[in-house]
Design a protein around this ligand. Structure first.
Ligand code: PEP
Length: 265
């Protein structure tokens, strides 16, 4: 499929997971903004977004708004329900009211630790879109899947299922995150990530049409660092990174976002 990578603004997304309370979050986001500005970051050229825990969102929203920080804000999960007797759940409407632009859906930790099925991921994806949040749909194979089926089969099946209820023309982000690469220090090779990203773009094309596929950002996630981001960003179907551990280090996350300085293309 012909794609125009230059038309897609790269996204560097920091998934904080269960780290940093709301006070720590304020200090962190201030430092991140200073670090990026000091480095002369081109905020129009590379979008940077943070995904704090739910309890931090209001504080980070207020800081971003008050200081007009050019940072995106997202949540790490969303309920498939809008409201009602669902103790502990957070509605997409609530996230939208906090100016969240994005929400991570189907992270491997939600799938494995919270038993989220493809059907739940599809329902959450639909809920995000209903509330005008851009879903960052995570897919990826385990080490066993990799051995049994190769790298692409499971991510393709997961993405196909996630898009089942997504209306044509929707704005989505896809994150290819091999489970064996998350937090392991062992990233996929850029070539392997590109092979899967290209296959995932074809899934988007089949489900949502060629125009949406050409506009959709596909991220790589799994042990991304400033030392390896360039290899991923040189790939034609990789449009950014979903960063876990390294997103908690201001200097390192800022350096990842500065990838155009060391991509060399
Ligand atoms: C993640 O959890 O989404 C992730 C990619 O983690 P890490 O960067 O630490 O591998």
């Amino acid at each position: 499929m012909a794609v125009v990578k230059d038309a897609r603004v790269p996204l560097i997304a920091g998934n904080w997971k269960l780290n940093l309370d709301h006070l720590q979050a304020i200090a962190f986001v201030q430092k991140l903004a200073w670090s990026l500005k000091d480095a002369g970051h081109d905020f129009d050229g590379v979008e940077v977004a943070v995904f704090p825990p739910f309890t931090d969102l209001r504080s980070v929203q207020t800081l971003i708004g008050a200081d007009r920080l050019p940072l995106g804000l997202g949540a790490q999960d969303v309920s498939q329900h809008d409201s009602g007797a669902f103790t502990g759940e957070i509605s997409g409407a609530f996230l939208k009211a906090l100016d969240c632009a994005y929400v991570i859906i189907g992270h491997s930790e939600r799938r494995s630790l919270h038993s989220e099925t493809d059907e739940v991921v599809a329902a959450k994806t639909a809920a995000a879109i209903k509330h005008k949040l851009v879903p960052v749909i995570c897919v990826g194979e385990t080490a066993d899947d990799l051995e049994a089926h190769g790298p692409a089969a499971i991510p393709i099946a997961q993405l196909t299922a996630a898009l089942a209820q997504v209306p044509q023309g929707s704005d989505i982000v896809v994150a290819y995150e091999p489970v064996w690469a998350i937090g392991s220090g062992q990233a996929a090779t850029p070539e392997q990530a590109q092979t899967v990203a290209s296959a995932l773009r074809s899934v988007v094309a089949e489900s949502l049409g060629a125009d949406v596929a050409a506009a959709t950002r596909i991220l790589y996630g799994g042990s991304v660092k400033s030392a390896n981001i360039a290899g991923f960003m040189r790939q034609s179907d990789i449009d950014g990174a979903l960063v876990g551990g390294a997103s908690l280090d201001v200097a390192e996350f800022s350096a990842i976002a500065q990838f155009p300085k060391h991509v060399g293309v």
